[in-house]
Ligand binder design. Structure first.
Ligand code: GDP
Ligand code: MG
Length: 176
């Protein structure tokens, strides 16, 4: 019998960056243009056969991202194993917000070994031509704030969505 492990994975970022679309894509493989605004937090579980011996279940916490909600929503961060932080490459504001968010994660979730939990920075909507946030700036921020990696993705075109999930699982499994 393979062993099973459950990890709590935060999916956070400003509003309208694509968090709920990302989770639906990961779990259901679909993309829909319109979603209601998430209230509080939504949950979804993705099951991955990581190897013959290991089954990994990712419990996504899709947390509402309004900037002024952070003082309240940060309580949902507790005991997380990993974090997917997302912004929209056409929204400078959503990019800047990642700084405050990352600091909130690092303070709320010191990590079992005292090191911050693994966080991946996802630059979503790279299918759009009118982007305003450039790769150089993303790399700088990812470095400065200790993200273990960053990636450009498009939930809409299903580009590198699976890839980003693999990255986060790998990071969590090595850290265990
Ligand atoms: P959330 O507020 O972060 O949960 O964002 P949603 O998942 O509700 O998405 C907000 C809007 O962005 C919706 O209209 C989505 O269809 C759209 N969206 C999400 N991902 C992408 C993407 O990769 N490309 C484009 N062009 N639109 C996207
Ligand atoms: Mg949402």
């Amino acid at each position: 019998m393979p062993s099973e492990q459950l990890f709590k994975v935060l999916v956070i970022g400003g509003s309208q960056v694509g968090k709920t679309s990302f989770v639906k894509r990961c779990v259901g493989g679909v993309f829909t243009e319109f979603y209601k605004v998430t209230i509080g937090v939504d949950f979804a579980v993705k099951t991955i056969e990581w190897s013959n011996e290991e089954i990994v279940r990712l419990q996504f916490w899709d947390i509402q991202g309004q900037e002024d909600c952070l003082p309240i929503t940060r309580a949902f961060f507790r005991d997380a194993d990993a974090c997917i932080m997302m912004f929209d490459v056409t929204s400078e504001k959503s990019f800047t917000f990642c700084e405050a968010l990352k600091q909130a994660v690092d303070t709320e979730v010191p990590g079992k070994d005292g090191n911050p939990i693994p966080c991946v920075l996802l630059a979503n909507k790279c299918d759009l031509a009118h982007r305003t946030v450039q790769p150089g700036a993303i790399a700088d921020l990812a470095n400065a704030l200790n993200f273990f990696t960053w990636m450009e993705i498009s939930v809409k075109e299903n580009k590198r969505v699976e890839d980003s999930v693999r990255q986060i699982v790998e990071a969590v499994m090595t850290k265990r």
